[in-house]
Design a protein around this ligand. Structure first.
Ligand code: SF4
Length: 206
């Protein structure tokens, strides 16, 4: 039984949809995405700039958010953004876990970690570096490669996460033609890394 107060907590939701996870370790799995509004990281190449202003997005309570997830066959719920950790996610994840959902988060790590997670995908950004506290908890490190200097950035964080953390390099979508060949050669020389592609953009799903 979930505490009623938890279900009344509201969060700004930019969009929510059931699809396949397109990136990283869980690529190809069915997942319900909840994209929260609000981000202060400011990546120049951000493909969801509409998410930045949390005020632009409707606030939904957790009961409503989860009722939509329950209309699908989803087992896995991915909380993304924006930067989802701009909000305290303790209530949302408590409610999801109590209903038996698996909880994943995609975060830059630039804000204090809240929530209970089965999987944390940390994608640190140069524009606002992650807080050191989150690094030991990352299950997956996903570095978006925009130019060559991002390989140094990737290694800097690979050295800081736990030894069991999965390591992924992902081409920035608009630079993919240029950087994907560089990533392939980098992974061949440094096989601790794996390639992450945004397959949802190739198969045309959200
Ligand atoms: Fe965009 Fe994510 Fe960067 Fe925020 S952290 S600016 S949402 S890419």
């Amino acid at each position: 039984m979930i505490n009623k107060n938890i279900l009344e907590v509201e969060l700004p939701v930019m969009e929510h949809f059931y699809t396949l996870q397109g990136e990283g370790f869980h690529q190809g799995k069915a997942a319900y995405f909840i994209r929260l509004g609000g981000c202060d990281v400011g990546c120049v190449w951000c493909d969801v700039k509409d998410s930045w202003d949390a005020e632009k997005h409707p606030k939904y309570n957790i009961e409503f958010i989860i009722s939509n997830v329950e209309k699908t066959a989803a087992k896995l719920v991915v909380i993304t953004g924006g930067e989802p950790l701009m909000h305290n996610l303790d209530a949302l994840t408590a409610a999801l876990l109590s209903k038996g959902f698996e909880t994943n988060i995609e975060t830059s790590g630039a804000h204090i970690l809240s929530g209970s997670w089965d999987w944390i995908c940390l994608s640190p950004k140069k524009f606002k570096a992650p807080l050191p506290e989150i690094l030991p908890f990352a299950n997956e490190l996903k570095i978006v490669v925009f130019n060559k200097s991002d390989f140094d950035w990737a290694e800097e964080y690979a050295a800081k996460v736990s030894p069991s953390c999965k390591l992924f390099l992902q081409p920035e979508w608009d630079k993919a033609a240029i950087v994907t060949p560089l990533i392939i050669e980098y992974i061949k020389a440094n096989p601790k890394w794996e390639l992450s592609l945004q397959i949802h953009k190739y198969i045309n799903v959200p």
